[in-house]
Each structure stands twice: as structure tokens, then as C-alpha cells.
Design a protein around this ligand. Structure first.
Ligand code: PMV
Length: 335
């Protein structure tokens, strides 16, 4: 099956007639504690391994979608209209085509994202998830979360996890059509858990995660052991969440991020997302930990670092990392 066939299958019982003039939705960004790294199917974004993330509360993307008389889709991100021929506009437009009645229809899509774009803060995850949810709202489909997650995955793999809040597991699945590869929320909260966003740069990363992932799978020998390592990490994380064992959670997430970056360094040519500032932050995390502060980090396909710690240590971390943006991932869920 290709993307269009998967979307048609999931939407087979629904019409493509809008039920309102404008559809809208918000989706949070998510940070993986066990990373999705490598695809077994590049067309459908089917992963080589299962992954587990935590959604970032109100940090994410808000999408509004409506029909337009323009001769092409109009895509506005944070108030700026994308050039229709740009890579991002084309990629978004190709995705929007999956939902159209016919090719003569065009959308106006307005997206507001409150995290840096394409800097390894999972902006594509919240973007595609909010897009799918706004389309669902526009057409009044009321799709179940499993279908929304599968549709979001067709836009960007990690978007499968941004349909949900809290801890989210993306099942790897084994089917060729990917209908068993979707994300589900874990039925558990951890109100004391905090995430600190140490934003090194807002600049767009030099190589996309999509391209980085592909090059790693194709050229890195170290990648061969990745799927097994990730499967073990996933089990440790689930135990840590179940038992509220913060050290196990932090150690596993940090080791998983390091293992992912090691596969990239082994690629030809090597992929390096870290900068001097990234190293400065990660060294500081090790120093603080040696001094007895339970803090860990994770890093995605970009130079920015996300710290993991508990609410009791928030003040200490704010003074150690001035400007740290703190996310309370269970704020909305626990109120
Ligand atoms: O969804 P993509 O294609 O942007 O890939 C995301 C990959 C990582 O952020 C590095 C890991 C993850 O699981 O989010």
C-alpha cells in the first residue's frame, strides 16, 4: 500500500465534505525517551523499533484549515506564507493531498508553532499531528486515536506520538500496510516529572532527521545493534515509569540518546548535530549529577538538549542553566 491507499482505507466510511468553514486543533510536541531511529518502510514511515515519548503539555502546534480559491495550497507558518515551491510547502502540500476530494481543491493552512522549527524539538511531530486533527475537525470525521496516529505518521514518523498526551508508546507493528504501527498513551501520570528545554539555537538543522536516519541505516555498521538496544531500553523505561524509578528513567533515556548519536557518528559521512554549546551543557549535566543532583538529558536530531529532572530540583536547575524553559508534562492531565 502507498500513503494514499492507507488514507483512503482509513477514511472509507467518511465523506470529504466540510461540516464547518474552518477546522482547528492543537497538538503537543513530544520528546522521545526511547528514540525512533530508522525506517523499515520509508514511504509509510514504518519504524525499525518501537519508541516511547512524553508529550510537552502546551508546547506544540495549533493548526487552522479551510478551503481557498487560490490555484495552490496556501501554507502560513507563524504568520509567514511559505513559498509554494519551497521544500516545506511541497512536503506539506503532498500530505494535504491525501485528504482532498480531488486535485482541484486547495487549502489555506495556518499553523502557529511555539517551539523552534526544525531544531530537533520535534516541531514536525506536533505540526503533522495538529494538521490531521484540524482536518478531522473540518470534515467532522471524529476518527479514533489509532486512525489519527496512523494518518499523522504518514506525515512524519514521530507525529504518530503527538496525538496523545503524557507518556506515549508507538508500537512498531509488523504489517506491511502499517495498520498496526500507531501510538497509544500509557495509562499513568508522573506529576513530579519535569523537562527543561536548553535551547542552544533556533537555527534550522544542517541535515533533516529524515535524511540523517536514512544515511545511518544505509551506512552505519553500529546501527545493526540499534533495534535490539532500543527494545531493551523501552522495557527499562516502562519498568521505571511503573515503579516511579527516576534514576532508571533518566539513565535509560540518556544512554538511548547517546547510542542513537553513536550510530550517526558511525555513518558515512558522519552526522554531527552537537555543537560546542551542546557539549558544554551535557558536561554540566554530568558534573551536577556527580555532585548529587539527579538530572539527565536527552537529545534528538539537533543541537538542543532536553533535561529530565524532578520538581523538587527545579530551582537548582534554573540557577545552573539560566534561561531554561521548564515543561510540566502532566500539568493539564493532573488538574
Ligand atoms: O519524525 P521525524 O522524521 O522527524 O524523526 C524524529 C527522530 C527523532 O526525533 C530523532 C527521534 C524521535 O523518536 O523523535
Amino acid at each position: 500500500m502507498n500513503k494514499r491507499q492507507v488514507a483512503d482505507f482509513l477514511l472509507k466510511d467518511h465523506t470529504r465534505t466540510p461540516v464547518k468553514p474552518l477546522g482547528e486543533a492543537f497538538s503537543p510536541s513530544n520528546i522521545a525517551l526511547c528514540k525512533y531511529w530508522g525506517k523499515r518502510n520509508t514511504e509509510l514511515n514504518l519504524p525499525m523499533n518501537a519508541s516511547l515519548s512524553i508529550s510537552l503539555d502546551d508546547k506544540g502546534a495549533h493548526s487552522r484549515i479551510q478551503l481557498t480559491d487560490h490555484a495552490h495550497d496556501v501554507i502560513v507558518v507563524n504568520g509567514k506564507t511559505l513559498e509554494p515551491t519551497s521544500v516545506h510547502a511541497k512536503r506539506t502540500s503532498d500530505f494535504l493531498a491525501l485528504f482532498k476530494q480531488d486535485a482541484s481543491q486547495h487549502y489555506q493552512l495556518d499553523i502557529d508553532v511555539n517551539i523552534p522549527l526544525a531544531a530537533g524539538l520535534a516541531s514536525s511531530a506536533c505540526l503533522y499531528a495538529s494538521l490531521v486533527k484540524s482536518i478531522d475537525d473540518f470534515y467532522g470525521w471524529e476518527l479514533d486515536h489509532r486512525s489519527l496516529s496512523i494518518l499523522a505518521r504518514l506525515g512524519s514518523g514521530s507525529a504518530a506520538r503527538s496525538i496523545e498526551t503524557g507518556f506515549v508508546e508507538w508500537h512498531q507493528g509488523t504489517r506491511e500496510d502499517g495498520l498496526d504501527s500507531f501510538a497509544e498513551a500509557l495509562d499513568v501520570t508522573w506529576p513530579a516529572l519535569r523537562i527543561g528545554l536548553a535551547i542552544v539555537t533556533n537555527e534550522v538543522k544542517p541535515i533533516s532527521s529524515r535524511a540523517g536516519m536514512q544515511r545511518t541505516v544505509e551506512t552505519s555498521l553500529r546501527y545493526q545493534s540499534w533495534p535490539d538496544k532500543a527494545a531493551t531500553a523501552l522495557q527499562h523505561l516502562k519498568t521505571a515509569i511503573d515503579k516511579k524509578n527516576f534514576e532508571l528513567l533518566g539513565e535509560t533515556a540518556e544512554a538511548n540518546a547517546k547510542a542513537m548519536h553513536a550510530t550517526m557518528l558511525d555513518a558515512t559521512p558522519p552526522i554531527v548535530y552537537s555543537t560546542a554549546e551542546t557539549h558544554h551543557i551535557t558536561s554540566r549535566v554530568s558534573e551536577l549529577r556527580k555532585a548529587g543532583l539527579p538530572v539527565y538529558y536527552t537529545q534528538d536530531a539537533g543541537p538542543n538538549i532536553k533535561l529530565l529532572f524532578l520538581s523538587d530540583d527545579q530551582a537548582e536547575l534554573e540557577s545552573a542553566f539560566p534561561g531554561l524553559e521548564i515543561v510540566d508534562p502532566f500539568k493539564a492531565i493532573s488538574c
